[in-house]
Design a protein. Structure first.
Length: 216
């Protein structure tokens, strides 16, 4: 005879196995969720660490720039002194350059023209051409400059007036040739040349006046 228990709360057949399976599924889901959460946390922590590293690097660069600026500011007097020294050297070099091509150089040239063994300053190739094409324009390297002396030398707006004495007209002509061959003079002209008596030695001399245009 088949018996059926109709009392409430009585266990049914097969129910225990189903409840156990649900628990196992739930546990597995919780484990997977925990793994996913852990992985997410690790990834999030790694991202935060990378961003923090970038921020630290940027901050270090800013601090380095600030230190460099502070260093430059602290060295400001020294930097100003160095700049002043550089400007002074440039001005000195500029003055030397001006003297090399200005009135000082022109006076040095005149002194060279009147020195034993002196010669006009010019392009050697140009002097060679003159020697080949018109030897009468060339200077005499054996000329004794002691036979000519200057009594006056003046310059006004690059116009030069030279006055002096020569022992002879040939001495005056040699001095003029040298001026004409020099790159420092142009338009050399004999304004006056006349016989005279030197005031100190009372020797017969040739008094002259030469004009020219100076180039520098």
């Amino acid at each position: 005879m088949l018996k059926i228990n109709l009392l409430p709360g009585a266990p049914q057949r097969g129910g225990g196995q189903q409840s156990g399976g649900d628990i196992r599924i739930f546990g597995a889901a919780v484990a997977i969720l925990l793994v996913l959460m852990g992985t997410g946390i690790l990834l999030f922590h790694g991202t935060l660490s990378s961003e923090l590293g970038k921020l630290n690097d940027a901050n270090a660069q800013r601090e380095s720039a600030v230190r460099a600026i502070r260093s430059r500011v602290s060295d400001h007097p020294r930097v100003q002194q160095e700049l002043g020294d550089i400007r002074a050297r440039r001005e000195a070099i500029s003055r030397l350059e001006q003297n090399r091509t200005g009135p000082t150089a022109m006076l040095v040239e005149v002194s060279q023209l009147l020195s034993p063994g002196g010669r006009p300053t010019n392009d050697p190739a140009e002097l060679e051409r003159i020697q080949r094409d018109d030897p009468t324009r060339m200077f005499n390297p054996t000329w004794d400059p002691h036979t000519l002396w200057l009594t006056s030398f003046s310059e006004t707006e690059r116009n030069v007036v030279v006055e002096g004495y020569g022992r002879s007209a040939n001495d005056v002509a040699e001095f003029m040739r040298r001026m004409m061959l020099s790159q420092y003079f142009e338009g050399v002209a004999l304004e006056r040349s006349e016989g005279a008596q030197e005031e100190v030695t009372h020797l017969s001399v040739q008094r002259f006046k030469i004009t020219a245009r100076v180039r520098y």
